[in-house]
Design a protein around this ligand. Sequence first.
Ligand code: SAH
Ligand code: SF4
Length: 343
Amino acid sequence: MIDIKSLFDFEIEELLINNGFQKFRAKQVLSWLQKGTTDFSLMTNLPKPLIEFLDANCYISTATIERKQVSKIDGTVKYLFSFADLQCVESVVMNYHHGYSICISTQVGCKMGCTFCATGKSGYSRNLTASEMLAQIESAQKDLGVRISNIVLMGMGEPLDNYDNVIRFLKLVSSEHSLNIGMRHISLSTCGVVPRIYELADLKLQLTLSVSLHAPDDESRSKTMPINNAYNISELLKACRYYIKKTNRRISFEYALIDSVNDSDEYARKLALLLKGMLCHVNLIPVNSVKGANYVKSKIERQKSFVDILSEYGINATVRRTLGSDIDASCGQLKRKYKEGGI
Ligand code: SAH
Ligand code: SF4
């Protein structure tokens, strides 16, 4: 069966023409898909043979709401969505001043095994298709009755470990035939799959690249992020410099502040020296504690001191506002509880 929502407009045209249908029918099909129609028989302006052809050969991906939690503190909404094979992922919708943002998942689970991450602890099941990434946004928009204007690929999974589907998703979601969300409103977060950063840079998309750094030296980074054994910090930063040169875009480095692990003044200075002179921003995230890992978020004084030291070296840094702290809004946590029968 063909996953029709993962196809580009010209691919749908080709499919129809190759099967004896007129080219202009593709626009009609696309327009129904864009409206969120999930059943070919409801595409009432199509001739019967075309509906039968689509029914027999194609399917429309959907994301079904299995669980929904709304934060009483800030209205952040967290979904657990299931797909046709009943595999589940999480998405989080946040309301900022400038509109609604959604954090979507790119894989069911993740292979990368970062020690502080709930998703990493749950293992890997499969990649998501482009249409399954789109479906998370469409389902959330429909449920909330709002238009989502920003997307972050920071949910479950490593986007650059599912490169082809993610690139297809990015091209689809920013096209006028789909949700029409511009690349400048999209961020992609990676743990540092170096060869893919080069490939992404060469595409010169205008999205924001976030790089999860979390430690300023190889010894400590390898302890929490196994990917560092494959691509070390110096290789990663070389790829980041290439990315900046190719795209002229500032990189955002993610650094989870973990009490007594990576939050000392010495670490702040090491990080500053590492990033000095780079077109970047540092996002400091007080770590979310995860079951099975003994990590505690840094104290407020430590957070402040870390920002101050980075600023002294001319590095732009902010502590990220935690949203949805009462609903386990850091991805991977809801699914774990669900599987363990906690909710
Ligand atoms: N795989 C990608 C994107 C998904 S993870 C990546 O690793 O970048 C999204 C972000 O959440 C990453 O920056 C990741 O390091 C961070 N993260 C994971 N677990 C966390 C936790 N317990 N507390 C704070 N940040 C966490
Ligand atoms: Fe995977 Fe990102 Fe979690 Fe690491 S932090 S295990 S790369 S989802």
